[in-house]
Design a binder for this molecule. Structure first.
Ligand SMILES: Cc1cc2nc3c(=O)[nH]c(=O)nc-3n(C[C@H](O)[C@H](O)[C@H](O)COP(=O)(O)OP(=O)(O)OC[C@H]3O[C@@H](n4cnc5c(N)ncnc54)[C@H](O)[C@@H]3O)c2cc1C
Length: 393
């Protein structure tokens, strides 16, 4: 029986055996994984103990109090939030053992090769082809907006394996080795001047069939697990009270009384309350997740996250007046993480524009909430029974 007391004891044993002050960071993280304290709700042998997800907080609090290093979730967010739950749900035992440990410790970074120039919201229209050749697949195509492709060792990839079937049915799901010589990564500059994401060209990339997740032709179903987890990962991060985007603007409000106006005060209070409601809703969503896969509620969470980030960062720029407009560092960096709070107001304002596009646009998420939460009639879909190769493109 793994309860809070047992977990606390187990965490203290880990800390005694590997004192953080005298242990190499990577070694500590590997030992934590092997002790089943990485993500306690994962199965034994895969970084967990099969314990309720909510008990992770007990472990995290003990480790934080002891000054133990963490695995820097911002750097490996795609691996943790999207690849891992998909590998767990669809991977073979061998695949889980090969990929989950270095994914969690951050030894291997993951990226997501889903979007294409002609397939974003309508992702099932994708045209990257995977053709079977003996024990492997040969992949050709172009992906776009691939965050972290420049640091990634592995990618989750969806590709068309049967163009004769309707678009949702001829897709398969693979894990692609980003060091394959056929993978070319080129930076794409964003509105901030930086290049967090990339376009990725795949030319005769060989993927062993043992790197397929799920059955051939079942890729759309597998991708739903990734996408539903993505929305929770983007919109439902665990935050302290007054954490996230509201933190810097509240801090400026307190420390710079000369900037205050009555109108901004009312708006700041309204947004502060909304941010707190969103944070607590995220907490509830994570508790629901303890019961299994995320549902469409994650889409609602991500919608709110995008709207609030844009409104709060807009208010911050207004509050700072001329100062808020000062964003003049256009160095093309290749950041490994998106750090909203450690940067200037102008950066937050510009970067949050992408929040209503990444992980599903707000319009598409509204459609999902309308159909799957509110039960409204679905959009007309005229192409769902036509072979992909016969669709107009
Ligand atoms: C910062 C950032 C990081 C990203 N990282 C990744 C990544 O790592 N990997 C990856 O694969 N992709 C990534 N993306 C891509 C992202 O998933 C797509 O941009 C997104 O799905 C939208 O696709 P699109 O850009 O092709 O726009 P389109 O699908 O062409 O949409 C254009 C407009 O039409 C609207 N629209 C489209 N369909 C409908 C509809 N049915 N109803 C109402 N309105 C509709 C959209 O809301 C949008 O306003 C990232 C994007 C951003 C901004």
């Amino acid at each position: 029986m793994t309860d809070a007391t047992a977990l606390r004891r187990r965490t203290q044993d880990l800390l005694r055996a590997h004192p953080p002050a005298d242990t190499d960071r990577a070694d500590f993280l590997r030992a934590r994984f092997d002790a089943g304290l990485a993500w306690v709700h994962y199965p034994e042998g895969l970084g967990g103990l099969g314990a309720p997800r909510a008990l992770q907080a007990v472990v995290d609090a003990e480790l934080e109090a002891a000054g133990a290093p963490d695995n820097d979730p911002r750097r490996i967010g795609i691996g943790l939030g999207m690849a891992a739950p998909t590998v767990l749900a669809y991977g073979t035992e061998e695949q889980k053992r090969r990929w989950l440990r270095p994914l969690w410790t951050g030894d291997e970074v993951w990226c997501q090769l889903f979007s294409e120039p002609g397939a974003g919201s309508d992702l099932a229209a994708l045209g990257t082809r995977a053709i079977r050749d003996g024990d492997s697949w040969v992949v050709n195509g172009q992906k776009v907006w691939t965050s972290s492709a420049h640091t990634a060792r592995w990618a989750i990839l969806i590709a068309r394996t049967d163009p004769d079937l309707p678009k949702h049915r001829g897709i398969s799901y693979f894990v692609c080795d980003m060091t394959d010589p056929g993978v070319q990564v080129r930076p794409l500059r964003q509105i901030t001047g930086e290049a967090e994401f990339n376009e990725v060209f795949l030319t005769d990339v060989r993927i062993p069939d043992t790197h397929r997740l799920g059955d051939v032709g079942d890729g759309w179903k597998v991708a739903q697990t990734t996408l539903m987890n993505e929305r929770v990962a983007i919109g439902g991060m665990r935050l302290p009270r007054e954490g996230g985007m509201i933190a810097p603007v509240a801090e400026t409000w307190r420390s710079r009384p000369e900037l205050r106006t009555h109108d901004l005060h009312q708006r700041l209070l309204g947004l502060w309350v909304e941010a707190e409601v969103a944070r607590l809703t995220g907490e509830r969503l994570r508790q629901q997740l303890a019961q299994g896969q995320p549902g469409p509620e994650g889409s609602g969470m991500k919608l709110t996250f995008a709207r609030l980030n844009q409104q709060i960062s807009g208010l911050e720029v207004e509050l700072l007046g001329d100062e808020g407009l000062l964003y003049d560092d256009w160095t093309m960096r290749r950041p490994e993480i998106v750090d909203f709070t450690g940067r200037e107001a102008g950066y937050r304002y510009l970067r949050s524009k992408g929040n209503s596009i990444e992980g599903g646009t707000s319009e598409v998420l509204l459609n999902i909430v309308a159909e799957r939460v509110l039960g409204l009639p679905s959009e007309p879909r005229t192409d769902k029974d036509i072979a992909w190769k016969d669709l107009a493109r």
